[in-house]
Design a protein around this ligand. Structure first.
Ligand code: BEZ
Ligand code: FE
Length: 310
């Protein structure tokens, strides 16, 4: 015989032997009643939905005391794994697809606007301002690469002075904050200001695929669910310009590993770029990069902020 499921609002009594269904529903109703006086409308809405879904989850799965204790232990360990340079809760949200869902929910989708994707946990440190054309690869050793493009508004107008915050893992797949003994602070990071025509350019190394950190609770979760921990090769960007909504996005290396199974579900086809092999000594000289090198082009199109010239 199937198990009776109490409706979301906790109403009704099912046939569940020793468990008084009314009592189960009464708990949910009491908690929901207790939220009615919440002064902030949005907070009340969020908490009410959270309680309904959490209680519904416990009812649907017949959550046991032991399972609940394990879950509390897992969340406690997740918090304890967080430091100034590691954000295990962001990673948990990422690997459960919640970060990508929230990001996608709020994308306005103006025609032609560049798509957004997740922020990730490694943007916790300020990127150093750098001159256009400078390198963000302070260590070297990877495959040299130039990234260039233009930042425009959705109507095509270039955005001089737009600011581009860039960060990426090194050629071995680690961020500066993960290996402070090997990488100087700010390696793989740069804050660039677009020129009078909205153009930008910087040098770096071709990013490689890398695993998200697996030595904590999120790694244990991935292991328990038989999932691999890898992200495809990518570079992160946040573009900001006056009167425009900030854009958080990546570019992904075409042909890179794990493009079809990113552990944080962040790949969008429109963000995949060719990192074109280029053998051109005079262009290499102009860009200040070793020849041959790879060149990725990325034009960013920002949406106007609501109410700004629309
Ligand atoms: C990252 O791309 O930096 C990242 C995103 C989500 C989880 C871990 C790392
Ligand atoms: Fe990353």
């Amino acid at each position: 015989m199937g198990r009776a499921v109490v409706p979301e609002d906790g109403a009704g009594a099912g046939d569940r032997g020793a468990v008084p269904e009314d009592a189960v529903g009464a708990v949910t109703r009491q908690v929901l009643d207790g939220l009615r006086a919440t002064g902030d409308d949005r907070l009340r809405e969020l908490l009410t939905a959270l309680v309904r879904h959490l209680h519904g989850f416990a009812r649907e799965t017949r959550l046991t005391q032991g399972e609940w204790e394990r879950a509390i232990g897992f969340l406690t360990a997740t918090g304890q794994a967080c430091t100034d340079t590691r954000q295990e809760f962001v990673m948990l949200s990422d690997v459960l697809g919640l970060s990508m869902l929230v990001e996608t929910l709020h994308e306005h989708g103006a025609p032609g606007a560049t798509e957004s994707t997740v922020l990730g946990p490694f943007h916790m440190t300020a990127s150093p301002p750098r001159a256009l054309g400078a390198t963000i690869d302070l260590v070297g050793g990877g495959e040299p690469c130039v990234v260039s493009g233009r930042i425009r508004s959705a109507d095509g107008t270039p955005l001089p002075g737009a600011v581009l915050d860039v960060w990426q893992a090194d050629g071995h797949g680690f961020y500066d904050v993960q290996r402070p003994d090997v990488q100087p602070p700010g390696n793989g990071r740069g804050l660039f200001t677009a020129d009078g025509e909205g153009r930008f350019r910087f040098r770096t190394c071709v990013p490689s695929a890398y695993p998200v950190p697996t030595d904590g609770p999120v790694g244990a979760l991935l292991h328990a669910t038989g999932r691999h921990p890898y992200r495809p090769p990518h570079i992160h960007f946040i573009a900001t310009a006056e009167g425009h909504a900030p854009l958080t996005t990546h570019i992904f290396v075409a042909g890179g590993a794990y493009l079809d199974s990113d552990v944080v579900y962040a790949v969008k086809d429109s963000l995949v770029r060719d990192f074109t092999p280029t053998d051109d000594p005079s262009l290499a000289r102009e860009y200040g990069v070793a020849n041959p090198f790879r060149h990725a082009r990325f034009d960013l199109v920002l949406e106007r902020e609501a109410g700004e010239g629309t």
